[in-house]
Design a protein around this ligand. Sequence first.
Ligand SMILES: NC(=O)c1ccc[n+]([C@@H]2O[C@H](COP(=O)([O-])OP(=O)(O)OC[C@H]3O[C@@H](n4cnc5c(N)ncnc54)[C@H](O)[C@@H]3O)[C@@H](O)[C@H]2O)c1
Length: 338
Amino acid sequence: MDKKLNVAVIGAGIYGIHHVDVYNQSPYVNLVAVCDFSSKIRENIEKEYGVKTYSDVETMLSEEEIDAVSIVTPDHLHREPAVQCANAGKHLLIEKPLASTVEDCQAILETAEANNVRVAVDFHKRWDPTAIHVFNTLNDGDAYPIRGYMSMDDIVDVPTKWFKWADQSDPVNFLGIHCVDLIRWYMGCEATEVYAVGTKKLLADQGIDSYDSVTSLITFENGCNWVVENSWVLPSGFAKNNDGRTSILTTDNYIRVDNQDRGIEVFDSEKQHTPNVFFFNNFYGKVFGFGADPINSFIDCLINDKEFVADGNDGLQATKITEAIHKSLDTGERVKIK
Ligand SMILES: NC(=O)c1ccc[n+]([C@@H]2O[C@H](COP(=O)([O-])OP(=O)(O)OC[C@H]3O[C@@H](n4cnc5c(N)ncnc54)[C@H](O)[C@@H]3O)[C@@H](O)[C@H]2O)c1
């Protein structure tokens, strides 16, 4: 690849800074601008990276030559900047979820199609080496999936300390979206029906109107039933910011994944830590790991005209499932997915 793309990042908060880091180092990218509402973030970007910043998407789009944009705004705020960029003909890498509602996903995808814009979704868990191994195990033989379980949970600091927008999202939109994307990818088919129950107690007591935990039963076209559990209230003393388990029973194998155990334990005077050393590593001036891979892959796919690993339709289908989970939570009924 000797071509370079001009890229911008919209939203450089906790996760957007990873996009900035990866683009800043990529030999295939000119990181031309970063847009964020926060003046503190903009000052830091200009100082640390020497990159021009904007507080307003339209101004950035009118002043800069841009080929592609990463959208890393809060879960419920993807639509507006995505539609603005698509209308300006910029290819999009949108953080998961593509959007929190099916209506917002469709608005993004329709605008992208009308403007010949390509859309990728950053479902980074697909690049996790364990997920790739599970995918290959399920797809390499004739094993027929019978039953699945997946959990993904965060410590309570995530909704209470990390974000100001926790009550605009929940563990389903923030974590469950990863689960339903991985399961669709593993199963190779769509979900047909959902039933979900949830609990609001701990976060509600702290004034955050969001579920502490949601348990969903999801049936897929191949007949495989999955239980998916997502919580935002693991105790702060847990050894990692998040926990996750998967187990899959097939006609040929029983697969179990423990996403907490990445082969390293660090003990300090306060607690045990089990860092996810596969996610983002910084070594010898290079950021790498399965967090960086989808961002580099987005650029590779644009330059070399390859299909995205996770595209706009994957984002839409995943949100159809999470929206059905919310409908089931609201109604107490089983919800069919069309
Ligand atoms: N935090 C994580 O661990 C994590 C991991 C994976 C994916 N994500 C995803 O990344 C996205 C962002 O999450 P975050 O944790 O970085 O949130 P954050 O609140 O730390 O950062 C969001 C940033 O977007 C900016 N912003 C919002 N709307 C904007 C707009 N229209 N124009 C310019 N700037 C705007 C805000 O000023 C803020 O700095 C979410 O969709 C989330 O699901 C987060």
